[in-house]
Design a protein. Structure first.
Lengths: 203, 120
């Protein structure tokens, strides 16, 4: 039978020993309604898609038409904190974090007359990465790199920043996939894909 | 003495728990939510009238024979609950969008607002 004092110390040990367990959630956009796809005609006019789903998350001109992309992302990060053993270790907080992302995407491609030429919907869950941190102080923040999921459509408003980027990135900015003139890419695309591969050489 | 110290430590841990909230708004002012019902009329309203009512668009997209004005407001809100043993941070990012398609003469062909709306 534990004494009151032992129970108290056990509570403190539990409280401190597990310090730093955290759950971080970020919901970006609103869930997409898949039922819409069931009654969209194969040659629907783009105005019908706008009526059903509203303005797209991203759009771009194509050589013979245009493309709409609708996206919804939900990111969940779990962090597990531990106090390290030893005289020095007790002052250091170690945190391991891993993240998952649930992604929904609709793509609609229209011809030059604004008629739907192809469409697709995908829903998938992906491992969004993991990370480790050691800090002296208590903190709660993200330790995984989920920037590609959380990149905002509002980035197109930051055009002036391109002038301060490394030369290869600045030069590639004219072909940016965020301006709506040169195609699109999903927010989950890795940086090594397509034209961004050029920018990797700058790092 | 006895259990005083561990109880004090436990109490301190409880007292030190906290909550936080944060948020940010990015993009243009979603003036289209305040516009009169008949403010935008297909085949009638012009680019300059839309610009006059809503200001510069977030993005201007050049299609082959159309021009698109894309307006975007982004609202991010978050809450944090810090209980030392277990912590939780949740954030939501919502978008309010408006899009206008004009023909080569600058007359409105189609327009739409997002289903989700950020209160002004």
């Amino acid at each position: 039978m534990l004494t009151w004092q032992q129970l108290s110390w056990c509570s403190v040990a539990l409280w401190v020993g597990l310090a730093g367990c955290a759950r971080l959630e970020h919901d970006i956009g609103t869930p997409l309604d898949r039922a819409v796809l069931e009654h969209v005609a194969a040659d629907a006019y783009y105005a019908e898609i706008l009526e059903e789903l509203g303005p797209p998350t991203e759009m771009s001109a194509l050589p013979d038409g245009m493309v709409f992309v609708y996206e919804h992302a939900s990111i969940t990060e779990r962090q597990y904190g531990l106090i390290l053993p030893g005289e020095v270790g007790k002052w250091i907080k170690a945190v391991y974090a891993s993240a998952d992302a649930d992604i929904e995407t609709f793509v609609f491609v229209f011809d030059a007359e604004g008629r739907l030429s192809s469409a697709d919907a995908e829903v998938w869950e992906t491992d969004a990465g993991a990370g480790m941190s050691m800090t002296l102080l208590f903190s709660t923040g993200s330790f995984t790199d989920t920037e590609q999921y959380e990149s905002s459509p509002a980035r197109s408003l930051e055009w002036g920043r391109a002038l301060t980027m490394p030369p290869l990135v600045s030069l590639n900015n004219r072909q940016s996939l965020e301006t709506g003139q040169n195609g699109i890419q999903l927010t989950t695309s890795p940086e090594a894909v397509g034209q961004h591969a050029l920018e990797l050489k700058a790092e | 003495m006895g259990a005083a110290r561990p109880v004090a430590a436990l109490l301190a841990a409880v007292v030190l728990s906290s909550c936080a909230s944060y948020g940010s708004v990015d993009g243009v002012d979603n003036l289209w939510r305040d516009a009169p019902v008949d403010a935008f009329e297909k085949g009638v309203t012009t680019q300059s009238q839309v610009l006059e009512q809503l200001g510069p668009p977030s993005q201007l997209i050049n299609l082959q024979d159309q021009t698109v004005f894309y307006y975007l407001t982004e609202n991010m809100t978050g809450k944090g609950r810090i209980f030392i043993v277990w912590n939780s941070v949740s954030a939501e990012t919502r978008y309010d969008r408006a899009i206008f398609f004009f023909d080569a003469e600058g007359v409105l062909q189609e327009y739409a607002f997002s289903k989700e709306e950020i209160p002004r």
